[in-house]
Design a protein around this ligand. Structure first.
Ligand code: FPP
Length: 239
């Protein structure tokens, strides 16, 4: 099944939740859930690119995830490095560009190097942009943007007028587009500090499926549901 191109969301964002519970349910250690989750990242990325999605933003490590046991954090960072190194050929084959958002400078030099290498290698690719949110928090992003704006104002010696579009230019990715469809797996109904600015008019879609079990069929179900939504953006729409 392939949804009609006109109904494909331009920007999909996903809160990939449920790796730990998926593993627990199978009597496996939590890290096995993250490994399985990384396989789902590949599957869903390729399918989104195939369908013509322009931008896919994945919440891979939140600013709050540092509260987890150090062993789990270390595993996630190692997995991320392994994923990036292993994924570059697939990104090239599928014409996918890569980028990352968040307080990236607080990540380890080894992770930063892999991110930069992947970003540089894929920069000319013509298809979808895959964005990993890493050490990312939505409030932190807005705060960082406000600080950057204030820094600019100080340098110019005056506070210029500011539109929403101009402010968005100070976010981690100045070209970052509004989220059309925000998916959360794992059964909870929360935004969890993800893309607070960019998702202000996103259509929300929640599923009980744990992230490692989220597959192409489930993605198509979300897209079919999205295609039937009446997006009015505060207006009256077509009545
Ligand atoms: C939530 O599951 C998931 C994360 C905290 C990290 C997301 C990481 C991956 C999908 C795997 C690696 C990703 C890449 C890009 C290599 P959880 O641990 O909170 O699950 P739980 O709520 O069941 O405990």
């Amino acid at each position: 099944m392939k949804p009609a191109p006109s109904t494909i969301p331009r920007h999909i964002a996903i809160i990939m939740d449920g790796n730990g519970r998926w593993a627990q349910q199978k009597g496996l250690p939590r890290h096995k859930g993250h490994e399985a989750g990384a396989r789902t990242v590949r599957l869903i990325t390729e399918e989104c690119a195939r369908l013509g999605v322009e931008r896919l933003t994945l919440y891979a490590f939140s600013a709050e995830n540092w509260k987890r046991p150090q062993r789990e954090i270390d595993f996630l960072m190692k997995l991320l490095r392994r994923y990036l190194a292993g994924e570059r050929p697939t990104l090239m084959k599928n014409g996918i560009r890569f980028s990352a958002i968040g307080r990236l400078h607080e990540l380890s030099p080894e992770v930063i190097a892999e991110l930069e290498k992947t970003r540089a290698l894929t920069r000319e690719n013509p298809k979808m942009l895959l964005v990993l949110a890493l050490n990312y928090g939505g409030r932190g992003e807005i705060l960082d943007a406000a600080r950057a704006f204030a820094g600019d104002a100080l340098r110019r010696g005056k506070v210029p007028t500011l539109t929403e579009d101009e402010f968005a230019g100070y976010l981690y990715d100045p070209a970052g587009k509004n989220v059309d469809l925000l998916i959360r797996t794992g059964g909870d109904h929360r935004i969890s500090n993800f893309l607070l600015w960019e998702a202000s008019y996103a259509e929300l879609w929640f599923t009980k499926a744990f992230w490692p079990d989220f597959g192409i069929e489930e993605l198509h179900r979300a897209l079919a549901d999205f295609a039937g939504r009446d997006r009015r953006f505060g207006g009256l729409g077509e009545r």
